[in-house]
Design a protein around this ligand. Sequence first.
Ligand code: G3I
Length: 370
Amino acid sequence: MLRTKVAMSLNVRGARLGMLLALVTALAACGGGGDGVASTPMPTSGPPAASVGPLRDAATGAGKWVGAAVQSGYIASEPDYVATLSRHFSYLTAEYEMKWDPIQREQGVFDFSGGDAIVAFAEANGMRVKGHALVWHGATPPWVGTLSPPELRDAMANHIRTVASHYRGHVAAWDVVNEAIATDGSGLRDTVFSRGLGPDYIAAAFRTAREADPGALLFYNEYDAEGKGLKSDRVYELVQGLKQGGVPIDGVGMQMHVDATSYPQPADIAANMQRLAALGLLVNISEMDVRIRTAPGSTAQRLDLQKHVFHDIVAVCAAEARCHAVTFWGFSDKHSWIDAFFGADNPLLFDEGYRAKPAFFGVEDAFLGR
Ligand code: G3I
């Protein structure tokens, strides 16, 4: 019954959001409120981060972990970054420093300094850590591509074993395999791992991670597979097969890098979360940000649209018992991968001055059930 109610309200909300976007578009068309596309910075008149929330309390009230992707360099150099992070978040993901590339850039030489700094900060502030990502084609050093299949099998097992056992007891979860499905959802992505080891590399990675750290939750993590669609179905089939094969997987991460003008419908995300939960899996939103650069309307209208998108998507997780965490891919517009990849934008909860944006209150409301 709860789920049908949720589905119904999500459809209503989806429709309302559609109407909001149409309204803003109409307004922009008639030049009603348009300030044009603002480039970064976009200082808001929001309250300082130190004077709102804490967001982590609202999340705890909803039974959820709320996280952010971080880099140790910013923790070491920016007091406002540290103050906002420790006040509002209970779950940290290493944005880069726990990936294969920085940790084992040279075969057999391990550098844990960045990841260790993040773990130390988290433990000093009562936060959990998610390791990211043990096996990902996007941050794998060149030497891995020079290996023969047997050498690659050993190197992958050795990397997972060495890294997961180093952080054993210090991380609550790992993204074990990241982005293994082809962008078009046609099947497995063609990577150094699928080419060298075939599709079984995924099961092997999860088994090795479980052996190395039996206490960590193990996730498969993907993008553009949050709602309905071919890629979402491929992810479902992949993890269903792993579960049926007795492979130790605990859940799925939905990255949720979305644009305010085209995002997966909350009702579709809810349905996807429910079918994964029915497999006995946990789900989490693992890398959320909401781009508004191309959204029409004034700055205030675009920030309001962003607030609604954050609210409605986080509310799906808040309502789903098997969704245990929401992580944002950064938290201040001062530091986001989006600027370099998609063009200057303001995709996160706090502005460059660490003032709370409308988006922050959208997320807080979602956790508070408002
Ligand atoms: O730390 C070095 C620094 O010492 C050096 O001066 C600088 C210039 O070369 O590079 C810095 O490393 C960069 C690192 O980010 C930290 O900023 C790497 O070159 C750069 O490749 C790395 O990009 C990360 C990217 O993944 C690749 O690992 C992004 O920050 C990170 O946001 C992005 O995150 C991915 C997720 O892991 C998976 N899903 C998509 C998401 C966005 O692409």
